[in-house]
Write a protein that binds this ligand. Structure first.
Ligand code: FIX
Ligand code: ZN
Length: 454
């Protein structure tokens, strides 16, 4: 028996070492990528203890719950709200009327116009079809009633396991906006609300940098001695606030979404931006450095450009990569996770990452999370950064989206990585399964874990 096992192991070791023939590369890359468990570093998903508004087998429904899942949430994802208004304009269906409808009616409206009366060609539409299909449901149904029963039979926590197994994600990183009262109240009411081994928490602090006076008023209401101008005492109290919440959440990084006009240093005539800069320099970055936590900057989102569309009303804009470079240069003791929303910023971000080891570019964010752009950006990153970047995050807001967002992204990563390996084999360099496993583990898990730990 032992000799058999030894033979098997030595054969496996030999196979891992042998060069893969060019015509077999894609199938080996596909096998390795599909089996690699993923650390999803940015989502808007929640543990079951945050409550769910979705009807389910346990019977426990919390109308303001934050754990979103199921076909009605999938179909009313804000990407699809924006898209249905391209088919049925506000002149026919005023926005406020749509928002007054129950979720079920909103979902039926979107299914009818985007999935039945028109071909669901967009990435967000195709994603719903991929998810339904991988859950074993027929994506050809004309009415959502055909799906509702399946989801109503699910237990939320068991369903998380099911979706994580289908998407092969081992850890879901949340986004926990402490200035959102619903989220904040849940942490204060239940210190264990985020305690789920499948999830990690992230302290999200946008108002501190986007509108410090507004944030300061809330901090003051919460008992922190904070003024709207960032004095020394205010800085100390903001640091106390950040440390308290990082401890409460056991957060693995701190994060912010910034507008296209974010600049470092700030425009000297912009008092709001100058206040944000002081908070960034004297509170946020020192706290992150002391705790060896990355600071994630998601740059380029113009919020509520079309306010009537609510979450669906945000747009993207060209941002300033030089500001990122200056922060990486001036704060060498900090680690910066950076993703930018404009396609036009991607090449300069790759070039900048070549200069700063404390800069980790990640993901194809939001309006870039489409196969055509993921392909372009991932090629660019391999060519400029080798495997020293994080190709993707899901940004899932609805649990079930993990299934399609990772299926679609894996398919692109397989295509691009195979092309990169083919180019290498044309030089005579052999590519082995061991090479592929090493690279894919870094891209989908190890680079993020190492950046957290370094
Ligand atoms: O700021 C963010 O985290 C963005 O990802 C979200 O606000 C955005 O709505 C989204 O979910 C994009 O995919
Ligand atoms: Zn996000």
């Amino acid at each position: 028996m032992i000799s058999n096992t030894l033979t098997k192991e030595s054969n496996a070791a030999a196979r891992a070492q042998t060069g893969i023939p060019a015509d077999q590369l894609k199938s080996v890359v596909a096998d390795v990528v599909s089996h690699q468990k993923i650390y999803d570093l940015h989502t808007h998903l929640y543990t079951p203890r945050f409550g769910t508004p979705v009807a389910n087998r346990t019977g426990k429904v919390d109308p303001s719950g934050l754990m979103l899942w199921g076909v009605e949430e999938l179909v009313t994802y804000h990407y699809l709200v924006a898209e249905v208004y391209r088919v049925v304009p506000a002149s026919e269906l005023p926005y406020e009327e749509f928002w007054k409808w129950p979720k079920s009616r909103q979902a039926d409206h979107i299914w009818k116009h985007l999935f039945v009366e028109n071909t669901p060609i967009s990435e967000a539409c195709r994603g719903v079809l991929t998810t339904l299909s991988k859950l074993g449901l027929d994506p050809n149904e004309k009415h959502l009633d055909a799906y509702r029963g399946f989801f109503a039979k699910q237990d939320p926590s068991e369903y998380i396991d099911k979706v994580m197994q289908l998407s092969n994600v081992h850890t879901i990183t949340m986004t926990n906006p402490v200035f959102d009262d619903n989220e904040r109240d849940r942490w204060l009411a239940d210190p264990n609300v985020g305690a789920d081994p499948r999830f990690k928490a992230v302290l999200r602090i946008d108002p501190l940098l986007r509108n410090f006076p507004q944030a300061a008023a809330k901090l003051s209401d919460w008992g922190y001695k904070v003024q709207s101008d960032p004095s020394a005492q205010t800085i100390d109290e903001v640091k106390r606030f950040l440390n308290q919440w990082l401890d409460r959440q056991q957060a693995i990084y701190m994060a912010v979404s910034l507008p296209p006009d974010f600049r470092y240093p700030a425009n000297q005539t912009d008092t709001l931006a100058l206040a944000g800069q002081t908070i960034l320099e004297k509170a946020i970055l020192p706290v992150c450095a002391e705790r060896k936590l990355p600071f994630a900057m998601m740059i380029g989102s113009s919020l509520r450009t079309q306010p009537a569309l609510r979450d669906a009303g945000d747009t993207s804009g060209l941002s300033d990569v030089t500001s990122v470079a200056r922060l990486c240069r001036d704060f060498p003791g900090n680690k910066f996770l950076v993703t930018m929303l404009s396609r036009e910023n991607q090449h300069e971000l790759c070039v900048t990452a070549r200069k700063f080891g404390n800069l980790m570019p990640f993901g194809c964010w939001w309006f870039l999370n489409n196969p055509s752009l993921i392909t372009e950006i991932t090629h660019m990153r391999f060519e400029l950064l080798g495997t020293s970047f994080i190709p993707q995050h899901s940004d899932a807001r609805i649990l079930d989206q993990l299934v399609y967002k990772w299926d679609h992204s894996r398919n692109v990563i397989i295509q691009v990585l195979t092309e990169m390996y083919l180019r290498i084999t044309q030089t005579g360099r052999r590519i082995t399964r061991e090479n592929i496993q090493h690279d894919v583990e870094k891209l989908l898990n190890g680079n993020f874990k190492a950046f957290l730990e370094q």
